[in-house]
Design a protein around this ligand. Structure first.
Ligand SMILES: Nc1nc2c(ncn2[C@@H]2O[C@H](COP(=O)(O)OP(=O)(O)OP(=O)(O)O)[C@@H](O)[C@H]2O)c(=O)[nH]1
Ligand SMILES: [Mg+2]
Length: 376
C-alpha cells in the first residue's frame, strides 16, 4: 500500500526549516564557486563580467514563476493557475558567457487572509532587500488594480529616493514633481535601482490593447524600462535577458556552471510533489496542502541497494480532505509518484523511493506554531 495514513493530529517530528526566502539574498556559502578553478570575472570580449540578483514580484498568478522558468530554460519553479502557488523565494540561476543573472522568484504579494498569506508577503518583501534590480510583473490581460498600487508603493519605499527637481532636469530625468510642502525644496522621486515593468501574457491580447497597456503602465510607475513578454510563447524572452545583463552590476560569477537553482534535493522533491498535485487535482485539491520531506536517506556505500529513500509528509487541514489527496486505493499518490519519478531521480542523483504519508495539521495556515513546523 502506498499510503500509510497517520492518524495523529500532528506528527511529533519537527520539519526541518528550509525557508530560503528568509535568508539574505546572497548565495549559500557552499554554492559559491570558490572550489571551482576559475569563476568568470570577464566576458569573452574582455569587458568585466556582470552578476547580481533580480527580484521577480507581482500579484499572485501574474506569471512570475513561468517567466523565471522561461529565462532559465527549464522548470525550476512550479507554476499553476491557482494563486499562492509559490510559497518560498526560489533562486533560479541563468549563467551566460558575459553575466550571471540570479532570479529571485517570490510568492505573489496580496492582501493576506491567513497567517500563511501574511508570511508569503513577508517572504516577498525580505527577498527584495538585497536585489540589484526588480521585475514588477503586470499581466497584459488585466487592469491595474489596488493590489498593483500597493506593490508599487512598497517598491517606491524600498527602491526610490527624492532628488532636487533642478538636479533631475540637469540629468534629463522626466519624472513628475512631488507635492511641495511649505518651506521645502521642489523634488522628484527617482528609482535608486532599476525597477523594470514586465507586461506578461502578451499572447492573450491584441496589438492595439497591448499598445494602450504599455502607455498605461508608463504613466502608472515611471519605471526604468517596460518590457512586454509572453513566457508561454517564449516571445521577447531573449530581449529581456539582454536588458537584465545591462542593468546588473559588474561582479564575478557566483554559482558554478550548470547550477540552475539553490534548492536542496529535499526542497526540490517537496515542490515537485506539490506541483504534481496542483496539476493533477486542480480544483479539487485543498488549497491547504503542505509538503514536507522529513528525511532523505542516500544508499549506503557497499550496500546492495542503489536506491535513496525519501519519507514525505503531506499535510491537509481537515480529516475530510485526506481522501481527496489519497484517492481511491491511493490512486492519486501513485499517479503523483509516477509523474515525478524521473525529476526526483535527477534532483537526488540516484533512483529514489518515495514514501508518502498523509496527515492532518488542523488549520495550519493560521497557526504560527504549525507554520513553523511545516518550514514556513
Ligand atoms: N497565456 C499565458 N499564460 C501564462 C503566461 N505566463 C503564465 N501564464 C499562466 O498564468 C498562470 C499563473 O502562472 P504562474 O507562473 O504560476 O504565476 P505566479 O505569478 O508565479 O503565481 P503565484 O506563485 O501563485 O504568485 C498559469 O496558469 C500560467 O500557465 C503567458 O505568457 N501566457
Ligand atoms: Mg509562482
Amino acid at each position: 500500500m502506498d499510503a500509510e495514513e497517520t492518524t495523529n493530529e500532528e506528527k511529533t517530528a519537527v520539519a526541518e526549516t528550509e525557508a530560503v526566502g528568509q535568508e539574505a539574498a546572497r548565495p549559500a556559502q557552499e554554492n559559491i564557486v570558490s572550489g571551482s578553478p576559475m569563476p568568470r570575472t570577464t566576458a569573452p570580449d574582455g569587458t568585466p563580467y556582470r552578476s547580481g540578483f533580480v527580484g521577480v514580484v507581482g500579484r499572485p498568478n501574474v506569471g512570475k514563476s513561468t517567466l523565471t522558468n522561461a529565462l532559465v530554460g527549464q522548470q525550476v519553479a512550479i507554476t499553476s493557475s491557482r494563486p499562492e502557488t509559490t510559497r518560498k523565494a526560489i533562486r533560479a540561476i541563468v549563467t551566460l558567457p558575459q553575466a550571471q543573472i540570479v532570479l529571485v522568484d517570490t510568492p505573489g504579494i496580496h492582501r493576506p487572509r491567513t497567517l500563511l498569506g501574511k508570511h508569503l508577503d513577508q517572504v516577498a518583501d525580505d527577498s527584495l532587500s538585497e536585489c540589484d534590480a526588480v521585475l514588477f510583473l503586470l499581466p497584459a490581460n488585466e487592469d491595474i488594480g489596488p493590489g498593483d498600487r500597493r506593490i508599487l508603493t512598497q517598491l517606491r519605499s524600498q527602491f526610490s529616493h527624492r532628488i532636487l527637481l533642478e538636479e533631475a532636469r540637469k540629468r534629463g530625468i522626466d519624472a513628475p514633481e512631488n507635492p511641495v510642502k511649505p518651506g521645502e525644496p521642489r523634488t522628484v522621486s527617482v528609482w535608486r535601482k532599476p525597477v523594470i515593468a514586465i507586461v506578461t501574457k502578451i499572447d492573450t491580447v491584441k496589438r492595439d490593447r497591448l499598445a494602450a497597456k504599455l502607455l498605461e503602465i508608463e504613466r502608472f510607475g515611471r519605471f526604468t524600462q517596460i518590457v512586454p513578454v509572453s513566457a508561454k510563447k517564449s516571445d521577447n524572452i531573449a530581449e529581456l535577458e539582454d536588458v537584465l545583463v545591462t542593468v546588473l552590476p559588474q561582479g564575478p560569477q557566483m554559482y558554478p556552471d550548470g547550477m540552475v537553482s539553490e534548492e536542496t534535493p529535499k526542497q526540490r522533491i517537496a515542490e515537485l510533489i506539490r506541483g504534481a498535485f496542483l496539476e493533477n487535482l486542480r480544483n479539487e485539491l485543498p488549497h491547504s496542502l503542505a509538503v514536507v520531506v522529513d528525511s532523505l536517506e542516500y544508499p549506503e556505500e557497499g550496500s546492495r541497494s542503489t536506491h535513496a529513500h525519501a519519507y514525505v509528509s503531506l499535510y491537509v487541514e481537515r480529516d475530510s480532505q485526506k481522501p481527496i489527496v489519497i484517492g481511491r486505493e491511493a490512486c492519486h499518490l501513485v499517479a503523483v509518484k509516477r509523474k515525478i519519478r524521473r525529476a526526483v531521480n535527477v534532483a537526488v542523483g540516484c533512483p529514489t523511493d518515495l514514501e508518502l504519508h498523509v496527515a492532518v495539521a488542523k488549520n495550519w495556515q493560521s497557526d504560527p506554531k504549525k507554520l513553523r513546523r511545516l518550514g514556513f
